[in-house]
Design a protein around this ligand. Structure first.
Ligand SMILES: [Zn+2]
Length: 403
């Protein structure tokens, strides 16, 4: 019966639009303007003030009619004699309240909904924030907020974004038979920037990156956290670790070894582990030919037993992460060719292996509890990432053909 009513309504609207006189029920829509009250608006719809107050009272427990926003829209259905018979007040997408005006009875009505996916792609303009850019496209702050929160452990959207960065996401949309729609959850999202890149796909309520790691379990320390190399050279093995009491292989006495020895063939290039400035180049007793580099944050790295220095290395010179500063040798007190590598942080030697493991890593793990993604889960997110990659490729070729 309700379905039938709806069809009659629909047809009557259609005929009204077509300008055909049709004498059955008619539905007229009303929209609240600035400063207008719902009850007053009902009077415009030929519903008396007494009746309007009664309706407001009846529907109070579902909707507060005094709190309706500007732009809120509802409809009144009139019979063939032009008498208002029903009042239709939408609550949410797919839900509306129908007031039978003759009996003043309120009924909650569920509408049929369809669910589909919608794609978005955007490029940041100078002065744009990600939030603003997405809001501009979707006109929905909740979607923009969702996008930003998905990546909150991976991207600092306040400082790491740059004009020209781009993003894409696919969002589920729910639309009811009256054409009201809302954005549901973002299914897959990607951000590609000059400083940072991140992606996420939704599976069973959790967002994962392409490797199947939960976005909540891992976070990006900073786009600069990869500021150190994992090791200053390609080594064969670690011949001696950081220790406070090691039996010295040549001196035969127990002495602290406050560095790490990487065994490697003579002449293997030695690279500086981070950007910095050379503060020492020269012979130091048992260390032989040695280079010291000062980095940001009061960090000094030291490279010893070098056979020779790289060309152009001198005190005061700025060096880049990965730049060759010398070559493996066995100058000073050394049993064979190796690099003695040390790190001092604010005047204290630290374990170089532990330090580099930490600061060469892109992600910090702060929660290991979540179990790895199942094979089905992996396949599922892989298909979502595939989808978003295609969206990006399509938009990019569109942009390329425009310019
Ligand atoms: Zn050593």
């Amino acid at each position: 019966m309700k379905r039938l009513c709806f069809y009659i309504l629909f047809l009557s609207c259609l005929f009204a639009c077509l300008g055909i006189a049709y004498s059955a029920q008619k539905e007229i829509f009303f929209t609240l303007k600035e400063g207008e009250k719902f009850v007053d608006k009902l009077q415009q719809a030929d519903i008396s003030r007494e009746e309007a107050l009664l309706v407001a009272h009846k529907i109070r427990k579902y909707i507060d009619l005094n709190q309706l926003p500007v732009g809120f829209s509802f409809s009144v259905i009139y019979n063939e004699r032009g008498v208002p018979v029903e009042l239709v007040i939408p609550k949410d997408v797919g839900v509306e309240f129908v007031v039978d005006l003759r009996r003043v009875k309120v009924e909650k009505r569920k509408l049929k909904v369809k669910v589909y996916e919608k794609e978005f792609f955007g490029v940041l303009e100078p002065g744009d924030s990600v939030f603003y850019s997405i809001y501009n496209k979707t006109k929905d702050p909740r979607v923009a907020y969702q996008f930003v929160s998905i990546f909150k452990y991976r991207i600092d959207f306040h400082t790491w974004t740059r004009p020209g960065d781009y993003y894409a996401f696919i969002c589920r949309v729910i639309e009811d038979e009256r054409g009201r729609k809302k954005f549901d959850r973002i299914l897959v999202a990607k951000y590609v920037g000059k400083k940072v890149k991140a992606e996420a796909a939704l599976y069973k309520g959790v967002y994962y990156d392409r490797k199947g790691r939960s976005l909540v379990g891992y976070f990006l320390a900073s786009p600069f956290s990869e500021s150190f190399l994992r090791a200053p050279l390609r080594y064969k093995r670690i011949s001696s670790r950081f220790s406070y009491h090691r039996l010295h292989p040549i001196l035969g006495i127990v002495r602290p070894h406050l560095g790490v020895d990487y065994a490697a063939p003579e002449g293997t290039p030695v690279r500086v582990v981070a950007d910095g400035r050379v503060i020492w180049k020269g012979w130091i007793g048992g260390f032989g030919r040695t280079v010291k580099v000062r980095h940001k944050g009061g960090i000094i790295t030291q490279y010893a037993h070098l056979r020779r220095y790289a060309r152009g290395i001198r005190v005061g010179k700025w060096v880049k992460k990965g730049q060759v500063i010398g070559y493996v040798g066995h100058t000073g007190l050394a049993t064979g060719p190796h690099l003695d590598f040390r790190i001092k942080v604010k005047g204290r030697f630290v374990n170089p292996l532990r330090f580099l493991a930490k600061y060469s890593r892109r992600y910090y793990v702060f929660k290991r509890k979540r179990r790895p993604l199942s094979p089905e889960g992996r396949a599922f997110i892989a298909s979502l990432f595939d989808k978003i990659d295609k969206v990006i490729a399509r938009y990019q070729s569109m942009l390329a053909s425009q310019s």
